[in-house]
Design a protein around this ligand. Structure first.
Ligand code: SF4
Ligand code: SF4
Length: 364
């Protein structure tokens, strides 16, 4: 197989010393148990394809798509190997050579046709029940919250209304995260980026609030590589933590899951905690693995769609780690769904909820 994209990451492939520290943290290795499923195994497979020493047979392709892009390996790696960057590049090479996974191709086609990965035909305005308008603050709802977890978009809009903020929703399309993570072309990604930046600029918004970790990561890390913009992209909790809030008491035992895409990827750890600590009477305690050491929910990087059992097993492990709490709060609709999916297997008596849903329910 000819490679082009992964060639830019030759340094990553040759500076991996095979020390194996990543095996201790890699969630896919923990479930699958084969070295090829660890970060170092996937780097070795990528190098094998680059050198032409191995062929992209089904087992190689499968392994290289079994990465949730959690980046726990990079945190643990003494060589700071950019495993995710190299894997996203080899996925591009595999897709271009005709080895894309069927389910990923289906998602890609849906995004191109409908602007969302769920083949939903209703527009954002129709689902959210509002039209975009001029405002200083915009809410980027994201595909998953809009089409699968409307309770999150309802909560976000309700919070903005209760605070008396002049806001607007957006005529947005998919942020492109799934295309980037599963190795699709830059041209398709650029169209989404242009559509979203145009939609935001049309409203004149200077702050854009996100309730999805994956969407925000795209705006903070990928978008500016394609096109500059002059608005601030913030997680909803980054903005909300600084607002005046009057919250009703809530006394349940609560813990917090850091989504990889706003945690390890862009370093947002404190604002959600600051918000939680403002709830009168709350009994908050940390999970053993928190902040940069948080374990992955198992859903990212196209794993949930292509390998649902793997995603569910990883998610069940994460929910188990919250067994001391009555409520597991998080800040990403995709994590929320995957954690709930994991709990269908685990059947633990833990309520799993998005932070905006919780805060809205406590606001007077
Ligand atoms: S921790 Fe880093 S250097 Fe060590 S095997 Fe894993 S990827 Fe390679
Ligand atoms: S990003 Fe996460 S799932 Fe992927 S190889 Fe690294 S530790 Fe494993």
């Amino acid at each position: 197989m000819e490679t082009k994209h992964v060639n830019k990451y030759l340094k990553e492939m040759i500076t991996c010393t095979m020390c194996g520290y990543c095996k201790e943290v890699c969630p896919t290795f923990k479930e699958i148990g084969w070295d090829s499923a660890s970060a170092r195994g996937k780097i070795a497979l990528s190098y094998g394809l680059y050198m032409g020493d191995i062929e992209p047979d089904d087992s190689v392709v499968e392994r290289l798509f079994q990465c949730t892009t959690c980046e726990d390996c990079k945190r643990r790696c003494p060589s700071k190997t950019e495993v995710v960057k190299a894997l996203e590049a080899i996925r591009k090479d595999m897709n271009e050579a005709g080895f894309a996974l069927e389910i990923h191709k289906k998602i890609y086609d849906s995004i191109k046709k409908y602007g969302n990965p769920y083949a939903e035909t209703a527009s954002r305005s129709e689902v959210l029940g509002e039209q975009p308008k001029k405002a200083k603050i915009a809410y980027f709802a994201g595909c998953t919250a809009t089409y699968r977890n409307k309770e999150i978009t309802d909560a976000a809009i309700s919070i903005l209304k209760k605070l008396g903020v002049e806001y607007t929703i957006l005529d947005e399309v998919c942020c492109g995260s799934v295309l980037q993570r599963t190795g699709f072309d830059d041209e398709s990604l650029k169209k989404l980026i242009d559509a979203n930046i145009d939609a935001i600029e049309a409203t004149g918004a200077k702050k854009v609030l996100f309730s999805c970790a994956g969407c925000l990561r795209m705006f903070r890390k990928e978008y500016k590589q394609f096109r500059d913009f002059d608005f601030e992209a913030l997680h909803f909790t980054e903005w909300l933590a600084d607002q005046e809030l009057k919250l009703k008491p809530y006394t349940k035992k609560l813990t917090y899951h850091d989504p990889c895409h706003i945690g390890r990827h862009i370093g947002i750890y404190e604002p959600p905690r600051k918000l939680i600590e403002r709830i009168p009477g709350v009994q908050f305690s940390e999970m053993e693995y928190n902040r940069d050491k948080a374990k992955c929910c198992g859903g990212g990087g196209g794993v949930r769609s292509a390998f649902p059992k793997l995603a569910q097993d990883i998610a069940a492990n994460r929910v188990k780690q919250a067994e001391f709490a009555q409520v597991l709060v998080n800040t990403c609709p995709f994590c929320l769904n995957t954690l709930k999916f994991g709990n269908e297997k685990l059947k633990q008596d833990t309520e799993i909820i998005d932070i905006l849903t919780l805060i809205d329910s406590l606001m007077e």
